[in-house]
Design a protein around this ligand. Structure first.
Ligand code: GLU
Length: 329
């Protein structure tokens, strides 16, 4: 547990692989509110590690759209700060240092499994829904000689060896008490064979280095939390408080996409929807406002209560575009 006297610090951590949609905006709003309502510091970190997936122009567009919503931050790639740099692509030496520390503790091993090997083992128990099937551990059991022989033919990925019998549990600020079975999802890839550092490691190294006390992010990352708790422990750091915001789904219950209307912030702007209309509507959808009335993020602070955020995924009403326009007029 973090001591109560630790200064409150939160973060937005967007991946610049595309434009922000309504769900990202709702999560960003909640992350900002939970920090600002307690007088804390907000950090913006660009998670641009997976270069092939990231688009440089998307990073600028995301900053612009967050500002348009009325959100702000005290440290970030555009303004700097004491814990910078704030783009993961500029922090690689820190991840390598953490990998070396974990390796020195004997917590990493090379994995030579192909995609086909992994798929054929996909009936392994304890898979975490958003993290794919649990790795059955074939390469954990290789001898030193077998590792050397395989490494001569193939560049391996590196996996983090989770303690096998250890259950993981934590109290989530929105989801409540969450418990995971021992082995929580299996040993995970911490560095890919192409050299790209895994999300789990980068996010933990950065949240530690940036002094983040309160992580609020999308529900799709709830299943990543036990892996990150294991990394905090292995790196000898105290984990932050976690809260996972409900996902926003289309009116048919499917993932938000174009068929549900203009679900990106840029699309809504083009339709003349204003930021106060959108912020008030999102606050109502996720349970922190009683009515979908226009409001700035600042105006929501006095009434903000994390306990009011709904725990289930939220479906957009079928007529959401019409009701947005109505609340604007
Ligand atoms: N970069 C991740 C995303 O855009 C968020 C990571 C996190 O909040 O831990 O989904």
């Amino acid at each position: 547990m973090l001591p109560d006297s630790t200064p409150i610090r939160g973060r937005f951590a967007p991946t610049p692989s595309g434009r922000l949609h309504l769900g990202n905006a709702a999560t960003a709003l909640l992350a900002w509110l939970q920090i600002r309502a307690r007088g804390g510091t907000m950090v913006l970190r660009m998670e641009d590690l997976d270069k092939p997936r990231c688009k440089p122009e998307a990073a600028d567009a995301i900053l612009d759209e967050l500002r348009w919503l009325g959100l702000d931050w005290d440290e970030g790639p555009d303004i700097g700060g004491a814990a910078g740099p704030y783009a993961q692509s500029e922090r690689l030496s820190r991840y390598e240092a953490a990998l070396a520390a974990l390796d020195a503790k004997g917590l990493l091993y090379p994995c030579f499994c192909s995609r086909a090997d992994l798929l054929s083992a996909s009936s392994a128990p304890h898979g975490l829904s958003s993290e794919g099937p649990a790795y059955a551990g074939a390469c954990r059991r290789l001898t030193r000689a077998e590792r050397e022989e395989r490494a001569a033919r193939k560049t391996p990925s590196q996996r983090f060896a989770l303690p096998p019998d250890r259950p993981w549990a934590f109290d989530d600020g929105i989801a409540g008490h969450v418990a995971f079975p021992p082995g929580a999802g299996g040993d995970f890839v911490i560095k890919r064979a192409d050299g790209i550092v895994g999300y789990q490691l980068a996010v933990v190294v950065d949240d530690i280095a940036m002094g983040v006390t309160d992580v609020l992010r999308g529900w799709d990352l709830l299943d990543s939390t036990p892996r990150q708790l294991a990394l905090y422990e292995a790196l000898g750091a105290k984990p932050p408080r976690f809260a996972h915001a409900p996902l926003l789904l289309g009116s048919d219950g499917g993932r938000l996409s174009k068929r549900h209307g203009s679900v990106t912030l840029s699309g809504l702007r083009d339709h003349g929807v204003g930021p106060r209309t959108l912020v008030g509507y999102l606050a109502w959808l996720v349970g922190v406002a009683d009515r979908p009335e226009p409001a700035s993020p600042q105006e929501l602070i006095p009434r903000f209560d994390l306990a009011r955020v709904v725990r289930e995924a939220v479906r957009l009403p079928g007529d959401w575009m019409a009701s947005l326009r109505e609340s604007q007029s």
